[in-house]
Design a protein around this ligand. Structure first.
Ligand code: 9YW
Length: 442
């Protein structure tokens, strides 16, 4: 349907239908067939979308995720449902059953994803306060009930994953970044030499029309090897850092931690938790500064750092705009916004919609249909939109909004889109894409 004939109400109704389709009652699957479990950062975006029409259900989403928090404070990247047929690697293959920090009765992976959760919690509170009554009561009591859980999560990231206090979060798997096979990780993965990996059959390639839209088998073997390395030491934090063949300071993850820590600090102040709020403000400053320190003066983009190879990772990927998420220095942010709107990114003349692709079309690494190597990911645009509003940049937010709504008016709610043709790719009826549509509609 063309955007001219599609009404906002139709888009909203279809997006709600997608969230209902993925709803298992207390958790939402990331996608109906491809991802039949709950993913951590997907759940946060899903909660933002749910809060637009059902505040109690949005609260339940975050509550379910938080119930899977490890005793260390880590929030795992997948909470598994009992469906062990649809997705690989499942709970058994992860080998987390023996991990000392896994809570009883929970089936989860043993790694994490970016901490967007406090931002989602703020959205829930905002909607609940607009609605008033029982929504407001439920959201405020959830804030009081869950604050210590989120605090423990941020503390774990700031200590275990930033042992040298450089203001950058260290990740141990490309999956932790959420940008699985981005060119960002080509260098670090080229140095991962897999030992004997148990035989495996992938499921993801069975759910898409074209396997070239997904990571290849060689990449997958390395992904599984890293999981085996972690399992070999029972997913114990310190031991993992010793044995793992992938240690990278992820600048985008760090930008999200900075932004989220500020939000959580504000929520802590509301609760009268002033010491914790001050601690979180300091974390926000540390990670904001850490992110800013990575910016390449030549390209203007923020960079990741490969700890094992001791080198910066310079790629033209959207993660280079981490400072826009983190917030901070006005001159840096102005320059980044100019870059984002310029011909390498949103202003590239060949784009179907003026939205940032995951890799710049001017980069030799750009592949318009392959997952994190080029396609546009709608949930990311929502994050940039939120950060723009936070920083008083209504114009950028409204540019992202109108292009996003046009893109999503195909009603496919695809996982990712070809930036050149606008073609929907990966899974359709993807939950966080539907959530993004609902939040953009407002
Ligand atoms: C995987 C669920 C997840 C996202 C990730 C994205 C993809 C696939 O799908 O990962 O096998 O984990 O890269 O960011 O959370 O939507």
């Amino acid at each position: 349907m063309s955007p001219e004939t599609l009404s906002t109400e139709q888009l909203r109704a279809s997006a709600i239908e997608v969230l209902r389709l993925n709803d298992l009652g207390t958790m939402t699957t990331a996608a109906p067939n491809l991802y039949p479990h709950m993913w951590s950062w997907d759940a946060a975006f899903v909660a933002i979308g749910l809060a637009r029409f059902d505040v109690p259900r949005a609260i339940t989403e975050l509550r379910t995720l938080l119930a899977a928090q490890w005793t260390t404070g880590m929030i795992p990247h997948i909470v598994f449902t009992d469906d062990d047929t649809g997705y690989f690697p499942g709970f058994e293959r992860w080998g987390t059953a023996g991990a000392a920090a896994l809570p009883a009765g929970i089936k989860s992976s043993g790694i994490c994803q970016p901490p967007v959760h406090a931002i989602a919690l703020l959205h829930i509170l905002d909607r609940a306060r607009e609605n008033g009554g029982s929504d407001r009561e439920a959201a405020e009591s959830f804030l009081a009930e869950s604050f210590d859980g989120w605090l423990a999560w941020h503390r774990w990231l700031a200590t275990v994953r930033d042992p040298d206090r450089v203001g950058l979060v260290e990740i141990h798997h490309g999956w932790e970044s959420g940008f699985d096979n981005s060119p960002r990780w080509d260098g670090p993965y080229s140095r991962v030499v897999p030992g004997a990996v148990e035989p495996f059959t992938r499921r993801d390639t069975q759910h898409v029309t074209d396997a070239s839209e997904r990571p290849d088998d060689e990449e997958y073997t390395k992904y599984l090897w890293l999981v085996q390395q972690m399992a070999s030491v029972g997913f114990e934090d310190r031991a993992v850092q010793e044995v793992i063949g992938f240690r990278v300071r992820d600048v985008f993850f760090s930008g999200i931690l900075a932004a989220s820590s500020d939000v959580l600090a504000g929520l802590g102040e509301e609760l009268g938790r002033h010491d914790e709020a001050a601690e979180l403000r300091q974390l926000a400053v540390r990670f904001r500064d850490g992110v800013a320190s990575t910016v390449d003066p030549g390209t203007g983009l923020a960079r990741d750092y490969d700890v094992l190879a001791e080198e910066w990772i310079s790629t033209d990927t959207v993660s280079g705009f981490a400072p826009l998420v983190a917030g901070g220095d006005r001159i840096l942010l102005d320059r980044q916004r100019q870059l984002l709107r310029g011909p390498q990114w949103m202003g590239h003349p060949d784009l179907r919609f003026p939205l940032p692709p995951s890799t710049s079309p001017t980069s030799p690494a750009f592949r318009p249909r392959t997952y994190w190597r080029g396609p546009v990911w709608p949930f990311l645009n929502l994050l940039f939109g939120w950060a723009s509003m936070r920083d008083g940049q209504e114009a950028l937010s409204s540019e992202l909004r109108s292009a996003s709504l046009e893109q999503l008016s195909d009603l496919k709610f695809a996982e990712y889109y070809d930036p050149l043709t606008g073609r929907p790719l990966g899974s359709f009826a993807q939950a966080w894409t539907a959530a993004a549509a609902l939040e953009w509609i407002g």
